[in-house]
Design a protein around this ligand. Structure first.
Ligand SMILES: [Zn+2]
Length: 219
């Protein structure tokens, strides 16, 4: 922790502020106040995705889980990445050689200052003793913000947006993302990895967004 972070931590200790609503409260083990904790919905299962050999998530994307992700992404509350990453539970039968966070374009990283999926993946890796490798997959196209795009538009904007390194040949890879909505991003990442010779591609996200209707997602 650098001196500025230590200073901020002293002024606004992260451990007394609820990770979702930010209010000071007695927190549950998951870092949430009792009210937010009750609003969490656990992920159970999701439809399979092309090129993804297994998928898991922690929460259904709703008011509470989206508040945590949004505070991390848009309010710079980087400390939220650790509890989110630690909450990911991987199926025991997954063999994983390397963990790859879904990459952001360098322009987006410059804008936000960090890749939230990388911070989440780092925390998850610590818990499992897995190795993260951010060099295996890069985002070559700077795609527009996707939350309000339809499925077809997402697919078009992400086509060939990722490039994988030949170093992933023969490896079993776990992709880590903050939120899975349509799954297009994960599918495009998997396609690039498999094109480069990757063996299996699994994916873990903190949240899974259940579609509300044909085109719409909870935001
Ligand atoms: Zn709360």
């Amino acid at each position: 922790m650098n001196p500025w972070e230590a200073f901020k931590e002293a002024l606004f200790p992260s451990h007394v502020a609820c990770l979702a609503c930010g209010r000071e409260a007695v927190l549950e083990e998951n870092g949430l106040c009792a009210e937010c904790s009750m609003g969490l919905e656990r992920f159970i299962s999701a439809p399979p995705l092309k090129g993804i050999d297994g998928f898991t998530a922690v929460y259904i994307y709703n008011d509470v889980s989206s508040a945590m992700v949004k505070r991390l992404k848009y309010a710079g509350a980087k400390y939220i990445a650790a509890p989110l990453g630690k909450a990911i539970e991987l199926p025991e039968h997954w063999h994983i050689d390397a963990v790859v966070p879904v990459p952001l374009h360098k322009r987006r990283i410059a804008e936000r200052g960090f890749n939230q999926s990388e911070l989440i993946a780092k925390a998850m890796c610590r818990g499992y003793g897995l190795k993260m490798d951010t060099g295996l997959l890069i985002r070559t196209a700077d795609t527009p913000h996707q939350t309000r795009m339809s499925g077809a538009a997402r697919k078009r904007s992400l086509k060939n947006a990722f490039r994988a390194s030949g170093a992933c040949a023969g490896l079993d890879i776990l992709l880590v993302d903050d939120v899975r909505t349509t799954g297009t991003t994960l599918c495009e990442c998997a396609a690039a990895l498999k094109k480069a010779g990757c063996n299996s591609v699994y994916a873990a996200a903190v949240c899974f967004a259940v579609p509300l209707n044909k085109e719409g997602y909870y935001e």
